[in-house]
Design a protein around this ligand. Structure first.
Ligand code: FE2
Ligand code: FE2
Length: 326
């Protein structure tokens, strides 16, 4: 009998995976003010620049209403819209940073979660600076999320202490849609503004780790949930996903007014038309895959996913591009 000379390598433990993520954060990270040449004339924001016109991959940009507007209006709305999404993104990041601090506060010495959480918070601080700088330079009077969202924002980070499992699903609800949208814009390779392109490239590169951590965390903690907890969370997850995704993607009342989007267009885009329904379902392929592997999918919760309009086939692997078919 032949004795194998090499033992099969064991799968890395949760702690080892977090260590790898932490080391990656040390070796590759970005500084909001060092790694973006804000004052490069090529990066200047000109509010008349046609590159602010929303791309076709944007649900609003592809509507007949938007397409039929005069070019100056398309540019004005495009810049406002991109500044507003950026503002909501940074508000989410502020909540995430506060939540990570709440979570890390009671972790024991030597915890791999402590180290990674603080790396993530550091990176998110840079993102908030880079996003805010973009908003400032855009000159747009954007407020970001809805009034309700901004009112509950100071309380959301408490969830990280009390229901961390739900909180990290909420993190994905913020990170997955933004990441998905930014990746599809970058993939589409339009003639986009180089400043926004640079910001998106940096963001996509670092978000991959953050999303990776949330996935690792949830997969690690899922088997430790009590049965009732698992059931309640499984019903809440699709609701959290849809609510937070709406906060990011659907313009608030003020934004709607400032951009002058008619009511019927709002209804069609968010989320009555078949194209936008497909877009919405596609955003959550990776989250559905995770929901399967963390025991969050059962007959009752599947109904909630469907009621929220975010059901569908789970991704087979992370960042799998969605099929063209609806
Ligand atoms: Fe971020
Ligand atoms: Fe992030």
């Amino acid at each position: 009998m032949q004795i194998p000379t090499q033992l099969p390598t064991a799968a890395p433990t949760y702690e080892q995976r977090l260590q790898t993520l932490s080391e990656a954060s040390v070796h590759q990270h970005f500084d909001a003010f060092k790694d973006i040449a804000w004052d490069d004339p090529a990066y200047a924001i000109d509010p008349q620049d046609p590159r602010w016109i929303l791309p076709k991959v944007d649900v609003l940009g592809r509507t007949e209403w938007y397409q039929s507007l005069p070019q100056t209006e398309q540019i004005r709305i495009g810049l406002y819209r991109q500044a507003n999404v950026t503002k909501v993104g940074l508000q989410f990041e502020q909540i995430l940073i506060a939540g990570l601090m709440n979570y890390a506060f009671s972790l024991p010495n030597g915890s791999a979660e402590f180290r990674y959480s603080t790396h993530e918070a550091t990176e998110e601080c840079h993102h908030t600076q880079m996003f805010q700088e973009f908003v400032n330079r855009s000159g747009q009077p954007v407020h970001g999320g809805s009034l309700l969202f901004r009112a509950v924002a100071p309380f959301l980070p408490l969830a990280a202490k009390w229901v961390p499992f739900g909180f990290f699903y909420g993190v994905l609800a913020g990170e997955e849609p933004i990441d998905h949208v930014q990746k599809s814009i970058l993939r589409a390779g339009n003639d986009m503004h180089p400043l926004l392109q640079r910001i998106m490239q940096i963001h996509v590169a670092e978000e991959a780790r953050h999303i990776g951590f949330a996935h690792q965390y949830l997969e690690h903690k899922a088997p430790r949930l009590k049965r009732v907890e698992r059931l309640v969370l499984s019903l809440l997850v699709p609701v959290i996903m849809k609510w937070l995704c709406n906060e990011i993607l659907v313009p608030s009342k003020k934004a709607r007014k400032d951009m002058g989007i008619p009511k019927h267009v709002m209804k069609e885009v968010y989320w009555d038309s078949p194209e936008s329904q497909k877009f919405l379902r596609d955003l959550f392929g990776d989250v559905r895959m995770l929901a399967e592997s963390t025991g969050m999918m059962n007959p009752a919760s599947k109904r909630v996913w469907r009621a929220m309009g975010i059901d569908g086939r789970p991704s087979r692997f992370r960042s799998e591009p969605a099929s063209a078919a609806a």
